[in-house]
Ligand binder design. Structure first.
Ligand code: SF4
Length: 231
């Protein structure tokens, strides 16, 4: 038999959780407004791009948007995104729309950096990464993610740090293994993925092919993946 006092305690707890959720969501939206208006980096083409404001236990960290993402208004909206979402669809059975609704999508730099002289997109330089880290730090403080999906070498090196993923490290050292890192004060599990750019052959040939499948399996087995899909 349930007592009135017990009902009230449950009601108060639910109300507290709903109010905390709403506050966190509003704080996240504020951070995204700041990102959208940021023009701190002179050499960035911009404008900044961000994903949907969702309170997810999983954060996907890419490198930087390409030339089409700003016009399309979301990260990984063009060819690399097609490959990335195909991986998730084929291995995890989740559509692009479902993924975007369930996983918070961030990047090391939020603006398109322009083209590199040798072709391909310019890699953001250290001052730009530092500038943009102010946004990422705030997002991490709000979200407190349990799992980070680090996509591509720059994102991997930022999350794991130079001791684990230094300049001579290889994707084969980290893709296909679940790792842990302290990232801007948050202890997180990390699953690394290769960049889905069409310019990279790594995920298409061995051992990359097998390691990619292992990494996707690790995501599907992680408790945060199931928590992220149950909300
Ligand atoms: S890269 Fe980041 S810090 Fe630099 S202008 Fe864009 S949003 Fe601002």
């Amino acid at each position: 038999m349930r007592f009135l006092g017990e009902d009230f305690a449950v009601f108060a707890k639910v109300r507290f959780l709903m109010s905390s959720h709403l506050k966190a969501l509003n704080r996240l939206k504020e951070v995204q407004k700041v990102i959208a208006s940021c023009r701190s980096c002179d050499q960035m083409v911009g404008p900044p791009v961000h994903g949907a404001a969702i309170l997810s236990p999983i954060l996907l960290l890419g490198q930087a948007p390409g030339p089409h993402e700003a016009a399309l208004g979301r990260p990984f909206a063009y060819t690399a995104g097609k490959t990335l979402f195909r991986w998730f669809q084929e291995s995890l059975g989740i559509s692009e729309a479902e993924f975007r609704e369930r996983v918070y999508m961030a990047a090391v730099a939020r603006c398109f950096p322009g083209k590199a002289s040798g072709g391909g997109d310019r890699v953001p330089h250290s001052a730009e990464i530092l500038n943009c880290s102010q946004h990422l730090k705030r997002e991490l403080q709000i979200l407190k993610p349990h799992l980070i999906l680090a996509v591509g070498k720059l994102a991997i090196s930022q999350v794991l740090g130079p001791e684990v993923y230094g300049s001579t490290a290889l994707l084969t050292d980290v893709v296909g293994t679940q790792l842990q890192a302290k990232f801007y004060g948050q202890v997180v599990d990390v699953v690394c993925l290769p960049h889905p750019s069409g310019l990279s052959a790594w995920p298409k040939v061995e051992p990359g092919k097998t390691l990619l499948q292992r990494a996707l399996k690790l995501i599907g087995e992680h408790p945060a993946w199931h928590a992220g899909l149950s909300g």
